[in-house]
Design a protein around this ligand. Structure first.
Ligand code: ATP
Length: 319
């Protein structure tokens, strides 16, 4: 029987991690379990940074961005002796089960622990939304709203100067942030892995807009796909718009989670605890069509995220 459950947050921080931590701790305490937190992700685990917590620990954190138990990256976690060390620490603390809150890398670390006999559950949290076993990860909604907020402000200034703004957003391998932001902002263009740059189409559209004396243009670009400064230079040379670049960077990670992320965190956290209590171990939680689902972690780590169905076509029709 599971009596003691520990929780860690790992990988890039995402708004909603604290709300998920709160839900896990409270659902566990409600079920009569001893609840523990591990600071600094897998690194803190191998260092034994483990502390028992009560309900007060989770007071006033539901609305806080980041993660109060901090996150870290530990690339060495793939090495057998490091995993073995983590297993020994959990055994020393008499921890029966571990909940990991993070992205697909975090799930791989949890899967390795499961392969060494640790009972685990995973909660998807990463702003990129690049986890295959869920439609939506914690943090995605908040990051998208942050991006939209920044673009709304940029529109004011780029409109006043008749500029084209090229805005770089996160999501190197997954264009969900870029495509959803493009839809939400009515952007003139979006460039991401699922929707690559078509220079002729883009430049023709911008030239046409300039001829129509449109006040500004917004182009959203996923990070690390191309050199946006070079693209801005070409746009300035070829379309008549003065193009400027804005890299939103880590701003996208911060901020108070949206109500959507907080509620999803509550549902994910409660489900993760239920799984462990009911001995349905080594699963990750997710959401499909607004239903909470579970997937064996060894399958989840091999699943590829499908970007929102039909989004690309919708963008092409509305650009
Ligand atoms: P995000 O995508 O938001 O950054 P993530 O969980 O995918 O979140 P990663 O840095 O990829 O972030 O992974 C977090 C941690 O998980 C790593 O620092 C490492 O400790 C562990 N990890 C990642 N990949 C593996 C792996 N293949 N095997 C074991 N552990 C891993």
């Amino acid at each position: 029987m599971v009596r003691k459950i520990a929780i860690l947050t790992s990988g890039g921080d995402a708004p909603g991690m604290n709300a998920a931590l709160r839900a896990c701790v409270r659902a566990g305490l409600y079920a009569g379990k001893e609840m523990y937190v591990i600071y600094d992700g897998f690194r803190g685990l191998v260092e034994g940074q483990i502390k028992q917590v009560n309900k007060d620990f989770t007071q006033d954190i539901i609305n806080r961005g980041g993660t109060i138990i901090r996150s870290a990256r530990l690339p060495e976690f793939k090495e057998p002796e490091v995993i073995q060390k983590a297993v020994s620490i959990l055994n020393d603390f008499d921890i029966d089960a571990l909940i990991g809150i993070g992205g697909d890398g975090t799930f791989r670390g949890l899967n390795d622990l499961a392969n060494h006999g640790i009972k685990v559950a995973g909660i998807p949290a990463t702003i990129d939304n690049d986890v295959g076993s869920t439609d939506t990860t914690l943090g995605f909604s908040t990051a998208l709203n942050t991006i939209c907020d920044c673009i709304d402000k940029l529109k004011d200034t780029s409109g006043s100067h008749q500029r084209c703004s090229l805005i770089e957003v996160m999501g190197r391998h997954c264009g969900d942030l870029a495509m959803n932001a493009a839809l939400a902002e009515g952007a003139e263009g979006v460039i991401c892995v699922e929707h690559p740059l078509k220079p002729d189409v883009l430049f023709k559209r911008l030239r046409h807009m300039k001829a129509q004396n449109k006040s500004h243009a917004i182009i959203i670009v996923s990070e690390n796909l191309l050199d946006i400064n070079e693209l801005a230079k070409t746009i300035s040379e070829q379309t008549g718009f003065e193009a400027r670049t804005e890299v939103l960077g880590r701003l996208q990670r911060g901020g108070s989670p949206t109500a959507h992320d907080r509620i999803l965190a509550a549902r994910f956290g409660a489900k993760a605890v239920d799984l462990l209590i009911n001995e349905e171990v080594n699963q990750v939680v997710g959401v499909r069509n607004n239903q909470i689902i579970t997937t064996p972690i060894n399958e989840a780590v091999n699943m590829k995220h499908e970007h929102t169905h039909g989004l690309r076509d919708l963008i092409d029709r509305l650009e």
